[in-house]
Design a protein around this ligand. Structure first.
Ligand code: ADP
Length: 474
């Protein structure tokens, strides 16, 4: 068995969110059972020297619509199963998909070209592949190409990490990418309101479609969460299933994490407070036992940023501290920039900072995730490994990985998944109510510590989910 895993991001090379983590940790877990080749664009931001990425002695030209594109193939010197594709249109940008002015106008060409390049690389390197695993819209077109152009027999599996991003382009991209109008531009396949939709094509042409939690797999078949593709998903639901993401404990582990101030484990649990003290000092807050809440994530409506902003006015009167780390939509960044001075117990850092995020996971008592929807969510799983208690909206993968502490039978604690605070309705009342619950739980420190330690033991690794993917590849 051998798998080709195609992705537009992969930690530590390029990451904008959860896909980057999954594209690193899932292949890593699968490699314990089978051969997995990963293919990633060699973005200009990837440090070739540091990661020892070297030329693989393969360059080819691919002509699309009369334009010749040169593609150079690279590999990681330390892991020949990690492949990279370099082409200037695809790779020479300041961001992965967008810059401060918005999405790059030629993303359709960029990732269409990448899709061709993945298949061409597989064929030209003569890789013996049984299953091709695609991720999100950026690689969805591979399913269409595999079925309509290359007539491949490999099993095609598509994972939807977030249905909100679909890769919708003007229909002129059909000619740019030399796609067959008659065969592909049809309502059940690539056509979407007289435009083209890469993700929709992926759903139609793949043999199996997965998404990243069982609850999200159900939710996306409804108009409320379906992002206008719920009918497509219902029509294809015979091949749709939810497989909960895992996290890599090689990367996210308080025992070994080199980015945190003081490593700790269940045996040295007390050292968690050293991390809290250091972070408070770092951000100029007075050292205190007050509970520390954190938010880490993209500033976008999905992550509940409106609710978070609304909550600050009430939070300022609590005996607690809050640290917000994130970046994203400009209007949110502007709001956060303007308000940070008004709240003495709130610290806001705008930007993407892997090292600070780890320090926060280790230092925090509670992690806030007021998402409006959440396909899986990794933050809640990551934070639990660091003994931090998640406060989550009851949606998607959050629902599948966290239960409310008031529903727990503490005699049989080990039967439970992650424990935190959950709330059902997305509004300020229930969000503040859950923060108030957190304050009261923190007041009962023995109970808080029991939950925190339980969360450190919960197994959210890829062990079980990787098995489910293996079965799909057959
Ligand atoms: P997303 O919807 O963004 O993919 P996930 O919860 O699946 O959300 O994954 C988020 C990942 O990105 C986590 O590893 C989280 O720590 C990281 N992350 C998000 N925002 C930031 C940031 N500003 N700085 C550092 N890491 C971040």
């Amino acid at each position: 068995m051998s798998v080709l895993f195609c992705t537009s991001e992969m930690y530590p090379y390029a990451k904008s969110g959860g896909l980057g983590d999954v594209a690193q940790s899932l292949p890593e877990a699968l490699r314990k059972k089978t051969k997995v080749y990963t293919v990633l664009p060699l973005y200009q931001t990837i440090n070739r020297e540091k990661f020892e990425i070297v030329y693989a002695n393969l360059t080819f030209n691919y002509v699309l619509n009369g334009i010749e594109h040169q593609l150079d193939i690279f590999i990681n010197k330390n892991n020949k199963y990690e492949l990279f594709i370099y082409n200037p249109i695809l790779c020479d940008r300041d961001g992965l998909y967008k810059d401060r002015y918005g999405d790059f106008g030629d993303n359709g060409l960029r990732f269409g070209l990448f899709s061709y390049a993945c298949l061409e690389t597989m064929i030209r390197l003569n890789l013996k592949i049984d299953a091709i695993h695609l991720n999100d819209w950026q690689t969805s077109l591979i399913a269409l190409l595999a079925k309509t152009k290359y007539h491949l027999s490999q099993k095609i599996v598509l994972t939807i990490h977030n249905l909100a991003y679909q890769g919708v382009f003007e229909k002129s991209i059909m000619n740019v990418l030399e796609l067959d109008w008659i065969e592909c531009f049809k309502p059940e396949a690539l056509e979407y309101h007289d435009q083209v939709n890469f993700l929709k094509a992926g759903i139609f042409y793949s043999d199996s479609v997965t998404t990243v939690s069982p609850t999200y797999a159900q939710e996306i078949q409804t108009p409320l969460f379906g992002c206008d593709l719920d009918d497509t998903l219902r029509a294809n639901n015979y091949k749709l299933q939810g497989i909960l993401n895992g996290v890599s404990y090689d990367t996210f582990n308080p025992k070994t994490d080199e980015m945190i101030y003081k490593n700790f484990s269940l045996q040295t649990y007390k050292e968690k407070t050293t991390n809290k003290k250091k972070v408070l000092k770092d951000i100029g807050f007075i050292e205190s036992d007050k509970p520390l809440f954190v938010f880490i994530g993209r500033f976008t409506h999905q992550k509940g940023i409106d609710l978070l902003i609304e909550s600050l006015n009430l939070f300022k009167d609590f005996e607690a501290n809050l640290v917000i780390l994130g970046s994203g939509e400009e209007h949110y960044e502007t709001i956060f920039n303007n308000i940070s001075v008004s709240y003495p117990n709130v610290y806001i850092k705008i930007g993407y900072d892997e090292s600070f995020s780890r320090k926060l996971y280790a230092a925090a008592d509670f992690l806030l995730m007021p998402s409006t929807f959440e396909p899986c969510g990794l933050n809640q799983m990551i934070c639990m490994k660091y003994g931090t208690v998640p406060i989550v909206a009851k949606t998607g993968g959050l629902k599948d990985s966290v239960c409310d502490f008031t529903d727990v039978d503490y005699i049989n604690l080990k039967n439970y998944k992650g424990i935190g605070i959950t709330y059902e309705e997305h509004n300020i009342f229930w969000f503040m109510h859950s923060i108030a619950k957190a304050l009261s739980l923190y007041g009962n420190h023995k109970k808080f510590e029991k939950i925190s330690k339980h969360n450190m033991k919960v197994d959210n690794s890829w062990k079980n989910s990787a098995k489910e993917y293996m079965e799909l590849y057959l």
